[in-house]
Each structure stands twice: as C-alpha cells, then as structure tokens.
Design a protein around this ligand. Structure first.
Ligand code: NIG
Ligand code: FE
Length: 436
C-alpha cells in the first residue's frame, strides 16, 4: 500500500457519487482537510491501483490496521508526502476528435471574415477537408499527432480521454483510425475510450464509384449498417458508437436505426445532437438509452425537463460554441431540472481547435452560469459517467481507480485564469504519468 499524505484539502466528490451526478453542491465535494489516501500496490491484488481508503491524516494508522486485518496480509506501506494545497479526482475529457491530420486555420480565417461553418462545408471544406488530410497521412503520423495531444491533456490532469474516429468516412479509413486509437490504448498510460463515428458527414466518394451526394450517402449508410458496425464489434475496435444528427448530415430517423443496430450488437451509443439546429435528437436518443447526448445547444424547455428524467448525461461543449459564435447550451436550466451535465473539449480542427479544459471551465462559469463545483463535477464524475465509467474513475472513494491530480494551488483558482493549469502531477491507476 502507498499512503499519500500532507494534503491540505483532499477533494473526494463523495456527495457527487451519492447523488450520482445530479445537482452537485459545495457539500458534495467531500473535502477532507489535512487528508490522506491509501492506494493499493501490486501485492494488494484486486486493489492494485485503486483507492483503498481516504480520510483525515489523524485516522490513517487506524485505517491501516483495519485494512491489514481484513486482507489478512502484512503488506508493506510506504508514504509519499505530497505537500500539496489540494488533491482532486483526475479529469475526464469525454468528447474529443483527437485523431486527425492537418489543421483548418484557413477556415478559421474565412469564418472570421464572414463565412459560416455550413457555407464552408457546402463548398467541400469542413469535415471533408480534414478527411482528405487524414486519409493521406500515414498511420505512424496519426499516432504521433494523437500521442502528443494525449500528453498535453495529461499535463492538465486528464487521465481519461474519449477518442472518436470520423475523419475516415469509408469503412477502410474508419477502421484504420480505430486501429490508431487501439494502439494508443495499448501504448498510453491514459485510460482511453474508443468511439466509432463513421456517420460524421457524407463522404466525398464511395468505393462503389457513385458520385452524386445522395447515392454516395445511401451507399455509405448501407455499408455502415450491413458491414462496418458488425466488423468493429467483432474486432473489438470500439467501446461505443456516435452519429452526427444535423441538417445535411444524418437524420433523426437514421440515428434511431443506428442506435437500434448498435443495441443489437451490444454497443453503447452517444450522439452529436441539436448543435446547429434543433432536430430533437437529444431527447429522442436519451429516451432510447443513449449513454450521452452531446452539444444540446438548441434544445427546448420541454426537452430540458424530459432530459432530466432520463439517465443520459448531457455533454456540453462550450469551446465549440465559442469558436462558432453560437449561443451556449442551457446548462443552468438542465442542472436545476436535475439533469446530469458533463463538459468536454470537443477537440477537433474545425469547431474546437483547443485542448484547454481550463478555458472550457471558464466558459461554463462565465457564459453558462455553472458554479465552480458544477464545473468540477462536470469534468470528473459526470464525464466519466458519460462514458459508462461511473464507478471506476472521477471520484476518490474506496474502489475507484486512483486517478488523481496534485494541485500546486488552491482549487478555488481553477477555471478562473484562462490557460492556468496548476497541476503538479497527474496519477492514473495509482501511477504517476507526468514527469517530475
Ligand atoms: O463536434 N459537429 C460535428 N463534429 C465536430 C466538428 C468536426 C469538424 O468540424 O471537423 C463537433 O463540433
Ligand atoms: Fe464533436
């Protein structure tokens, strides 16, 4: 066992776990002053890399004694003095498009000169431009680009990262991206959740040689439904699947069909919903049991109340709303209604070219009236929950993975200064994954 001590404030999120992510308040932070945390080592068997106990430093000898009694083992104990103002659960970024090549800096310029995201897409830019760049990049290049991005997230205290495919738009290219994500899973110290996002846009072409966009889309859709989903399932390439429901992309009917097929195959579903226009996909797919519904910018008052009664997590992505100069999603109303709200970067080269989660937190506070505590819960417990990892990471409670961040500053200064990441060290599965 390893015991971490000398922690001024140990933020456990105990109350957030009890409330299962709904309406988090200050009391739910479960702050332990002068805290200590016991984490299992290799010789602790099933507890390896897990939190075994948290509490005040003054009670830790008693805790050790009782842990040794229950395990009937005389495991060694070593102490690490963190001398930290705060330790908190590590962050999870539950919505990213981390694997792509090239950038869209030229489109950013065009948008700033008046073109809209949709106009650029209609001219063959947008997602399709990144698809071209990604298809021509080598697997090694894609791997290197994504690994660097992962490291930048680790430095901010992020240990869990969802990564979507979606810049391949053919069975072969999508599978190649999923294989890159698989390699990242194997080589990175982060916890990675792989999401297949084949239906991200209509591909520029198809293997069948069709050229008008309607037949290209029909052929691609048929491939996804009759072949690709099955293949990624049997190759174990995706933990879940996603679809972009939007005018000129995929329809609500297609999303229903997709979810039904995924369910037959036993794969979890998430959806890009109600981002630019209201399609009603957030509520509809939440009712059908989606793990998360993401964006939710254009949802109605009725949607909000109904979403709050589902188990689905609403993942809000304010950095993309900022870059697109959109309105922000109704976080305040969602949380007050009792919905589970998570935040994520939506990192991608088009609508959200930033990996900065402190910026996301600042926007959530400033533009969406989320409290600091709500932001903390949204980037930890709730984002883990959005990925189906509710009892695994996102809180520091016995049984949870020892994924934590050692802060060099008071936690109240988080999500305040843009770009300020007072992270001294990041731990995943009880192991330090950032360099001293
Ligand atoms: O989440 N909306 C669809 N997908 C991304 C944008 C991807 C892109 O523009 O490359 C998003 O905002
Ligand atoms: Fe996205």
């Amino acid at each position: 066992m390893t015991v971490y001590t000398h922690i001024d404030e140990l933020i456990t999120l105990a109350g957030v776990v009890v409330k299962d992510g709904r309406r988090p308040s200050e009391d739910d932070l479960g702050i332990i002053r002068n805290g200590a945390m016991i984490v299992g080592d290799k010789q602790d068997g099933a507890d390896f890399g897990k939190v075994m106990w948290v509490g005040p430093r003054s009670q830790f000898s008693k805790a050790i004694k009782s842990l040794r009694q229950t395990s009937k083992r005389k495991t060694q104990l070593h102490e690490i003095r963190l001398n930290a103002p705060a330790v908190l659960p590590a962050f999870a970024d539950c919505h990213t498009h981390l694997v792509f090549a090239g950038d869209r800096a030229h489109e950013f310029e065009l948008r700033n000169q008046g073109a809209t995201y949709q106009q650029i897409a209609a001219r063959g830019g947008g997602i399709r431009y990144t698809v071209q760049q990604t298809r021509t990049a080598t697997t090694k290049q894609l791997l290197e680009l994504a690994s660097n991005r992962l490291r930048r997230l680790q430095a901010q205290g992020v240990t869990t990262v969802e990564i979507k495919s979606g810049y391949g738009l053919s069975e072969r290219d999508e599978i190649r991206i999923l294989e890159v994500i698989k390699k990242l899973k194997e080589s990175s110290e982060s916890r990675i959740v792989a999401t297949y996002l084949g239906p991200h846009a209509v591909p520029p072409d198809t293997a069948s040689g069709a050229s008008d966009s309607r037949s290209v889309k029909a052929a691609y859709w048929c491939e996804i439904m009759t072949s690709t989903l099955q293949k990624i399932k049997s190759k174990g390439l995706a933990d879940r699947v996603d679809i972009f429901v939007e005018e000129n992309y995929y329809t609500l009917d297609e999303a229903r069909e997709y979810l039904t097929r995924a369910r037959e195959l036993g794969i979890a579903v998430t959806v890009h919903a109600d981002q630019l226009t209201r399609t009603g996909a957030s509520l509809e797919l939440a009712k059908m049991g989606a793990q998360s519904v993401d964006h939710c910018v254009q949802i109605s008052e009725t949607d909000i109340q109904a979403l709050a009664r589902t188990d689905t997590v609403c993942v809000l992505l304010p950095a993309s709303d900022f870059y697109l100069k959109m309105k922000y999603p109704p976080a305040r109303a969602l949380i007050d209604a009792g919905a589970r709200v998570a935040l994520a970067s939506d990192y991608n080269p088009g609508t959200s070219p930033t990996l900065d989660l402190s910026f996301v937190g600042v926007l959530a506070r400033l533009e969406m009236r989320m409290s600091q505590v709500e932001v903390l819960a949204a980037l930890t417990y709730n984002s883990a929950r959005a990925l189906g990892l509710a009892n695994e990471t996102g809180a520091l409670q016995p049984g949870f993975s020892a994924d934590f961040v050692v802060l060099g500053d008071n936690w109240r200064r988080l999500f305040y200064e843009i770009g300020h990441h007072p992270v001294q060290a990041t731990y995943c599965h009880g192991r330090r994954i950032t360099r001293p």
